[in-house]
Design a protein around this ligand. Structure first.
Ligand SMILES: [Zn+2]
Length: 422
């Protein structure tokens, strides 16, 4: 196979988190709780303002399968706070210094769910020099995977400013679209103001696009909003994280500011409600771009309703590889609507493919594999040209291409220059 793809594009990423994972303390291979004593911190950005931060341990991989304890960390790290998140992201293993700094009591040294998430936000941020290293590492990771263009869903003011600095210094090897994520309506004004300021700056490799919010959850945790109950029985249909009234405000105000709205919608009912809402808001004279993130389950009527809107669906076939083992069981009667890339293509709704890094590794080949294997499990075969659907649609945005030979990235040219991929 020989492919030359222009502007190879990963259309849904969490850019800085990808860099944090690439340079941070990763504990996926930790063989026991005690082995934390021997992990190397060299060359890592493991410290955040004096806190040792790590991610990825899982006691199920340890011989004793026992949860770790605060005492184990206190023996090894008595002098500074230590905060180690479990692989599932729902629990943290911390020492006494961390508990003291957080103002929390815990006999076990394990913080879960809300305690964990709120505590994690209180850890001091990375220093600018560390963020620079993370950005460089993330650029390298995307470039090695062949990508020259990405769309980031997790921008902040500090990330934007740093990216502008790095572009001016000639250090960026990616063209990046940026979106700000909000979790509540009261964050909207500030986020819109940030993007409008970002748009004033003359950048060539950076484009500030708009606002993102999560309308529902995920299929794996059975929180994505479906029109039928999970597993074909009971009364769990998933849930929404926003009221439709608040979502309506986001659409109106963001579009009125001339920016794009991106909505995380995984379940068919979540996507249907957002598309219906976009139609209502458009009928009132507000017009703008709507991006549906993931769009893993879409009913035919929803796809038809997208036609008069300016919609693009951002899909990650690689998620199918991870979900395939339980997908039919969870969706039952809705399975025929799952991963509807072919139905969208036939309805001429624009689609872009991506990988959702660092949730999944950034990989053109994983998406290609998913598109090849999924028809064996009753997902309609995608008949589009992957080189087109994985390319950034703006042909004027840098002179960039990627050469793929026998399932290997052979050459990446970004902005007219061949990149060193070693
Ligand atoms: Zn994502």
């Amino acid at each position: 196979m020989h492919l030359k793809i222009p502007r190879l594009y990963d259309s849904h990423t969490h850019f800085l988190a990808t860099g944090e994972f690439a340079t941070g303390l990763m504990l996926f291979d930790l063989p026991s709780a005690e082995a934390i004593r021997y992990v190397s911190l060299q060359g890592k950005t493991a410290f955040r303002g004096g806190w040792l931060v790590g991610f990825g341990w899982d006691e199920n991989k340890w011989a004793d399968k026992k949860l770790p304890t605060k005492q184990q960390l206190d023996d090894i790290f008595p002098n500074y706070p230590v905060y180690l998140a479990r692989a599932d992201g729902h629990t943290a293993w911390v020492n006494s210094q961390a508990l003291k700094a957080l103002g929390l009591q815990s006999e076990s040294g394990l913080l879960s769910e809300k305690d964990h998430l709120q505590s994690f936000d209180k850890i001091p941020p990375y220093e600018k020099a560390q963020q620079r290293l993370q950005i460089l590492a993330a650029c390298k990771m995307f470039n090695r995977a062949g990508f020259t263009h990405i769309r980031d869903m997790s921008c902040t003011d500090s990330l934007w400013n740093l990216l502008v600095e790095m572009e001016n210094a000639g250090e960026l090897t990616l063209a990046i679209e940026e979106n700000y994520t909000i979790h509540e309506l009261n964050q909207l004004d500030r986020a819109i103001a940030s993007i409008l300021v970002a748009r004033q700056q003359p950048t060539r490799l950076l484009r500030a696009k708009g606002i993102k919010f999560f309308y529902d959850g995920s299929l794996g945790s059975e929180t994505a909003l479906l029109s039928r109950p999970y597993n074909g029985e009971g009364n769990n249909f998933g849930k929404t994280l926003w009221s439709l009234e608040d979502a309506e405000e986001v659409l109106k105000l963001t579009w009125a500011a001339g920016l794009e709205v991106s909505v995380h919608t995984i379940g068919d009912e979540a996507a249907h409600q957002i598309v219906k809402l976009a139609r209502k808001v458009s009928a009132q004279g507000f017009v703008g771009r709507l991006n549906l993130e993931h769009a893993q389950v879409l009913r035919s009527e929803t796809i038809q309703m997208m036609k008069p809107l300016h919609v693009r669906c951002h899909m990650q076939p690689c998620h199918w590889l991870s979900d395939r083992k339980w997908l039919q069981q969870k969706l039952r009667g809705l399975y025929s609507y799952a991963f509807p890339w072919e139905a969208l293509k036939n309805a001429q709704i624009p689609i872009s493919f991506g990988c959702d890094s660092p949730i999944e590794p950034t990989s053109f080949f994983a998406n290609k594999q998913a598109l090849e294997e999924s028809p064996k499990e009753r997902i309609k075969r995608f008949t589009g040209d992957l080189s087109v659907y994985h390319a950034h649609p703006d042909a004027t945005w840098t002179d960039s291409w990627t050469v793929i030979e026998d399932d290997r990235i052979q050459e990446v040219v970004f902005d007219g220059k061949a990149l060193d991929l070693t």
